[in-house]
Design a protein around this ligand. Structure first.
Ligand code: F6R
Length: 383
């Protein structure tokens, strides 16, 4: 069943290019070009009812854990591409302190399993407190689920679903389902961007071209980096703390890298937006704390590099997930984990892979039960 892989987690990491291909096929018009906008042919086919999006004013996302991180990437895309104000809630917090009821709000529950108790309860609460507004239909619930299991309890609770097509995931640490959730957000954000004409058709076409190139880029990262990261993991036999830094769309990936490491290797790790380090966490740094920084060329590249340099002044070992041929990055980091050049907006799908591999190899090397980490269950069906 593991098809020659030592653990399901590694097998599932390797399945990710195929998952992205499946999502591209399911969500997007394969040969859409900017010219299609003139005949009002949309770039996506999500099959969602138009009333979900009518006069849309804001989006609320509820989720837990890795799905919450996918929600944060989603927020970035929905705000920066489609121009819709988006808030991401921990389901467990939202349940007991829901935001004020606002009109024309799309509520998105993100849950791989479709069975996470807190996420279901937060959505149920929204459904309940928003029903009965027949006098003011703008306040009625509009619920959308993003899940890998449309037949789950989530599927029963919400009328509209984006199916993430990742196939069953056995490793407790979510990998391919995360990538699939992020793909669902690309599709949703592009769908909304098109509906709202928030970007030009040419800009959308460029994004689609980039998305279609992702699987090949992902394969390249897996082929070229896995051995190297396995070797690199040897250096962290005694390491007790890790810091992960990212900014913008890669900030959630820093959080995800830290969560993967915590879950399966039991090493203390924290993810921070790189610019926030100087407001306190930098005091943690010394030669014993490696800092993994995601630095992709784009709107915050130089900023991230200068944040990493601040960590260097504290003797921290600097590991950069960054393109190979960027001299400034090469000068900044002690260790490079190269990824292909890609539009910053699409980069999370690539930058998450080395972080998954790093967590995997550190845990495997420590002889830990990677697929079934202590104290964790695949889906958390109790509060
Ligand atoms: C992390 C992990 C958990 C889940 C969280 C939500 O690797 O697996 O953090 O992401 O429990 O699960 P779902 O997506 O099933 O709601």
């Amino acid at each position: 069943e593991k098809q020659g892989f030592k653990h399901f987690m590694l097998k599932e990491i390797y399945e990710q290019p195929g998952v992205v291909r499946a999502c591209l096929e399911a969500y997007f018009d394969g040969d859409w070009t900017a010219a299609d906008a003139a005949i009002d042919k949309p770039p996506t086919h999500l099959g969602l009812p138009p009333d979900l999006f009518a006069n849309l004013q804001q989006i609320e996302i509820v989720a837990c854990g890795t799905s919450w991180h996918a929600g944060l990437v989603g927020k970035y895309l929905l705000e920066q591409l489609a121009g819709v104000t988006t808030t991401v809630h921990y389901a467990s917090e939202c349940r007991y302190a829901p935001p004020p009821i606002a009109p024309n709000t799309l509520i998105i529950g993100v849950t791989q399993s479709g069975e996470t108790a807190d996420t279901l309860a937060a959505l149920e609460m929204e459904k309940k407190r928003r029903s009965g507004f027949d006098q003011n239909p703008e306040l009625l619930p509009r619920l959308l689920g993003i899940t890998n299991r449309p037949e789950s309890s989530l599927g029963n609770l919400v009328a509209s679903i984006i199916d993430t097509h990742a196939g069953i995931e056995i490793g407790v640490a979510a990998t391919k389902t995360f990538v699939a959730q992020v793909m669902a957000f690309y599709a949703l954000a592009i769908d909304l961007t098109y509906r709202r004409q928030a970007k030009s058709p040419e800009q959308l076409e460029q994004m689609l071209v980039g998305l279609r190139q992702l699987p090949a880029h992902m394969e390249l990262v897996l082929e070229s980096q896995e051995r190297y990261i396995e070797e690199l993991a040897h250096d962290f036999a005694e390491t007790q703390d890790f810091i992960f830094l990212g900014r913008g769309i890669n900030f959630p990936i820093a959080l995800e890298g830290a969560l993967k490491l915590k879950e399966i290797s039991y090493i203390h790790a924290e993810g921070y937006p790189a610019g926030e380090m100087k407001h306190g966490p930098i005091a943690l740094l010394d030669a014993k704390v490696p800092v993994v920084t995601i630095a992709m060329p784009g709107s915050v590249f130089e900023k991230v590099l200068s944040n990493a340099q601040e960590a260097r002044a504290r003797d921290a070992r600097l590991i950069g997930v960054t393109p190979m041929d960027e001299q400034d990055a090469a000068d900044t980091f002690d260790t490079l984990i190269p990824v292909p050049h890609i539009d910053e907006m699409l980069s999370p799908i690539l930058t998450v892979i080395p972080l998954q591999l790093l967590a995997y190899h550190i845990a495997a090397r420590r002889g830990l039960d990677v697929d079934q980490p202590r104290n964790l269950a695949k889906s958390v069906t109790v509060e």
